[in-house]
Design a protein around this ligand. Structure first.
Ligand code: CP
Length: 305
């Protein structure tokens, strides 16, 4: 048997690997419209132990557009793992007998890696606890490159919940492989993990940490990447309410940006981008949603094609 190609961490990919997926995603733009039989006969299992709208549906849309089939669950209370105490290892050793690839979202850090250890088919991490969300980072990269023409040379503000936001962990680690300047904007209690900042600095990236949204949204910034405060990851509700409602982007904030700057957000949004920003030319977060389809088509081709 050949080497199984998993995607557990964005660190599984070097810059060449990331760029190759972005190039394939670009080619998938026409395939997504015309449809293809590239993965005809292949079956994707989606195991969502945690809520999702975009990640699960865009993976399913990607697989259907490539001619493959889908099975799985998105409501853990209907599963033997959720109700009867089956372990993740046993669930994986069962599902691998039904499918050719497993896409897993789970509330625990390390869960996707555990799944990969027990699987003899490829495993794709669709979000593991507060740890990582590598396929989101790839679609974010794809969105930036599609909208700005490049990633190198940009000034990028990562804003909001940088402690619990798994998308910014994967994105931050991957940005270390590019020639960018980064502004990290978060409340003091939700700063980016020191290990990721260290990695950015070791890579020679200029990193500027601020504790207010105003300093992250200036005319010098090319990309504003806003995130939701991850209420579900807080151990104490009172700690959440100390930061809830902070770090909002208003249309007054967005007006400070240059015309060709872009605002991204992995979504879902609660209140951290005011709805009146949605109609501004810089607001690209719903275009970003569609980019998840072509990027995940490219990822499925990489692991199954
Ligand atoms: N961006 C993201 O992971 O969205 P969902 O939680 O809806 O999948």
């Amino acid at each position: 048997m050949g080497k199984v190609k998993n995607l557990i961490s964005i660190q599984d990919l070097d810059r060449k690997g990331i760029d190759a997926i972005l190039d394939t995603a670009s080619k998938m733009e026409t395939v997504a419209i015309d449809r293809s039989d590239l993965l005809r006969g292949k079956i994707m299992a989606v195991l969502f132990f945690e809520a999702s709208t975009r990640t699960r549906l865009s993976f399913e849309s990607a697989m259907l557009r490539l001619g493959g089939g889908i099975l799985g669950f998105s409501e853990v209370t209907t599963t033997s793992a959720g109700v009867k105490g089956e372990t993740l290892a046993d669930t994986i050793r069962t599902v691998e007998r039904y499918a050719d690839v497993i896409v897993i979202r789970h509330p625990l850090d390390g869960s996707a890696r555990v799944a990969a250890e027990f699987a003899s088919i490829p495993v794709i991490n669709a979000g593991s606890g507060a740890e990582e969300h590598p396929t989101q980072a790839l679609l974010d990269f794809y969105s930036i490159r599609k909208l700005k023409g490049t990633i190198d040379g940009l000034t990028i503000s990562l804003c909001g919940d940088l402690k619990y936001g798994r998308t910014v962990h994967s994105l931050g680690m991957a940005l270390s492989q590019y020639d960018v300047s980064i502004i990290l904007a978060a409340p003091p209690s939700l700063k980016m993990k020191p290990a990721i900042i260290e990695e950015m600095k070791k890579a020679g990236i200029q990193v500027n940490q601020v504790d207010n949204i105003e300093d992250a949204i200036t005319e010098d910034v090319d990309v504003v990447y806003q995130t939701r405060i991850q209420k579900e990851r807080f151990y104490r509700e009172d700690e959440y309410f100390k930061v809830a409602g902070k770090f909002k982007i208003s249309n007054k904030d967005a007006e400070r940006l240059k015309d060709d700057a872009i605002i991204l957000h992995p979504l879902p949004r609660v209140d951290e981008i005011s709805p009146d920003v949605d109609s501004m030319p810089q607001a690209k977060y719903f275009d970003q949603v569609y980019n998840g389809v072509v990027t995940r088509m490219a990822i499925l081709k990489m692991v199954l094609g």
